[in-house]
Design a protein around this ligand. Structure first.
Ligand SMILES: [Zn+2]
Length: 135
């Protein structure tokens, strides 16, 4: 889908990422919609921070991520901030989601340069899902 359409980041939007026909991300739009929905993007799926199951979870939002948010804060703390409508929640979640997107784009650029884009595409589709992650 290289039609350039996007919806301006409405709540629940799924059009933040420009993808090719197979759904591999090629470019991103920076919108607050994902954060408004309480979604953290991880390599294993979407983590919805408002879920009650994270109220006592001391794990990093995404243990495989090297961003500032994941290195310094727990899922429980982010959930607390989100549920209390603290602006810091949006800031910390945006830091993580932008890091996720930029890391993904860096991986795509590297894969194209090394001629391994098809391998990356296959791995991405095996691990990433728009469904909620189970961890
Ligand atoms: Zn992170």
């Amino acid at each position: 889908m290289l039609d350039g359409r996007h919806d301006g980041g409405k709540p629940g939007s799924k059009r933040h990422v420009l993808v090719d026909r197979q759904g591999t991300p090629l470019a991103i739009w920076l919108t607050p919609a994902t954060v408004r929905d309480g979604q953290l993007l991880t390599a294993h799926g979407v983590l919805v921070i408002r879920n009650a199951r994270y109220a006592e979870d001391r794990e990093a939002p995404d243990p495989d991520c090297g961003c500032y948010t994941c290195r310094h804060f727990s899922r429980a703390y982010l959930r607390h901030l989100f549920m209390a409508d603290e602006m810091t929640a949006a800031t910390l979640m945006t830091v993580h989601n932008l890091y996720f997107y930029l890391d993904l784009m860096r991986g795509i650029r590297d894969a194209i340069g090394f001629g391994s884009f098809e391998k990356l595409r296959s791995e991405f589709h095996q691990t990433f899902s728009r469904r909620q992650c189970s961890t």
